[in-house]
Write a protein that binds this ligand. Structure first.
Ligand code: PLP
Length: 394
């Protein structure tokens, strides 16, 4: 019969993409909406990267590549991991995917059997839970608190772990919280993973966006054991402002990377060839532009954070990385008559003409996410609008 699969019936579409689409549609109707929903840098891709991509096409490099990525791109990634993480990988330990999102999707397909559990600290990035469910796994959510800077503790992990636990996700710097795990915290988490013999999925896509002198530590750097059980997820989307090129990667044990590559060989054949050449230029070229963009994000953060935190009934832990402000709006909701962040966010879009992402997308019922990956004037105007709306309805 002409029915759809069970697996697709339980799938929720990406809220982030849905809200961004709605804000765009309102703009197209001529409504002056400010979008703070976006999960991407607002810069164009650096010119040298675009030129390298163009050259590769002129040179006829427009054919299929190996499924897991061009050897030259794997080498550029290996050099990046050596340079930044002091970690040594070989080509058989790298798979290039169609963005970090597809790399993660493929990873869950390879790791999980029905009912296998994956621990995810909340608030979490919207796609983890859906991807795990698509692989018939079970997401096990741990709620973190603003007091703990939205970071999971080993006590919480010990409570959540069961016989069926297979993996644990660490996303540092985090989308949506902007928090960063310290080396000491990661040491404890790595010991926990060793005690229970778990895979660690370390999503480091915001590695290059870190502020106030904080440092990025990959959990894989901490010991040989930690490296063996960690699958690092990273890519050029956020670091080099290349979201649309769709290049991300997984680095980890060859016993996982091999089957992932086989799966990719039947699903994508390979990530877009031109994008792979662009990514080679991104990793092998000067990294100055990455640092320039980081500095710009940091100055935006320092300018808009106090203003956003001053909105009546908003409480924001100052982020240390990424480009999001996660505001606890329970007090603002209470005084403006809302009981759900979905309704509150819908009202901000319809009444204040500002698009934000409700925390419900991240497993959080009391927060909204504001992206500051847009120009400062627009963010300041958006904050004024939200503030005005809250004051009017208090
Ligand atoms: N992981 C996190 C935490 C993200 O926020 C994102 C993008 O929003 C991704 C992974 C996916 O990145 P990509 O664009 O490379 O697929």
């Amino acid at each position: 019969s002409r029915t759809l699969s069970k697996r697709i019936e339980t799938l929720s579409p990406s809220t982030t993409l849905a809200i961004t689409a709605k804000a765009k549609a309102m703009k197209a109707e001529g409504i002056d909406v400010i979008g703070l929903g976006a999960g991407e840098p607002d810069y164009n891709t650096p010119e040298a990267i675009i030129q390298a991509a163009y050259r590769s096409m002129q040179e006829g490099k427009t054919k299929y590549t190996p499924a897991g990525g061009l050897p030259e791109l794997k080498d550029a990634i290996i050099a990046k991991l050596k340079r930044d993480q002091k970690l040594t990988y070989t080509r058989s330990e790298i798979m290039v995917g169609v963005g970090a999102k597809h790399a993660l999707y493929t990873l869950f397909q390879v790791l999980l059997n029905e009912g296998d559990e994956v621990i995810i600290p909340a608030p979490f990035w919207v796609s983890y839970t859906e991807q795990i469910k698509l692989a018939e796994g079970t997401p096990v959510i741990i709620q973190t608190t603003a007091d703990a800077e939205f970071k999971v503790t080993v006590e919480q992990l010990e409570e959540a772990v069961t016989e069926r636990t297979k993996a644990l996700i660490i996303n540092s710097p985090s989308n949506p919280t902007g928090m960063i795990y310290s080396k000491e915290e990661l040491v404890e988490i790595a010991e926990f993973a060793k005690r229970h013999d778990l895979w660690i999925i370390s999503d480091e896509i915001y590695e290059k966006l870190i502020y106030a002198g904080n440092e990025h530590v990959s959990i894989a750097e901490l010991s040989d054991d930690a490296k063996e059980r960690t699958l690092i997820i990273n890519g050029v989307s956020k670091s080099h402002s290349m979201t649309g090129w769709r290049i991300g990667f997984v680095a980890g044990d060859a016993s996982v990377i091999g089957p992932m590559t086989d799966l990719a060989s039947h699903s994508t054949s390979n990530p877009t060839t031109t994008s792979q050449y662009a990514a080679i230029a991104a990793y092998n070229g000067s990294q100055d532009i990455v640092e320039e963009m980081r500095q710009d994000f940091e100055s935006r953060l320092n300018r808009v954070y106090p203003q956003a935190n001053a909105i009546r009934g908003f409480h924001i832990v100052k982020p240390k990385g990424a480009f999001y402000l996660l505001a606890d709006v329970s007090e603002a909701m209470k005084h403006t008559g809302f009981t759900s962040v979905d309704h509150f966010s819908a009202a901000l879009l319809e009444e204040a003409k500002v698009a934000v992402i409700p925390g419900s997308a991240f497993g959080s019922t009391t927060t909204i996410r504001l992206s500051y990956a847009t120009n400062v004037e627009a963010i300041e105007e958006a904050i004024r609008r939200i503030s005005h709306y809250v004051e009017q309805n208090w």
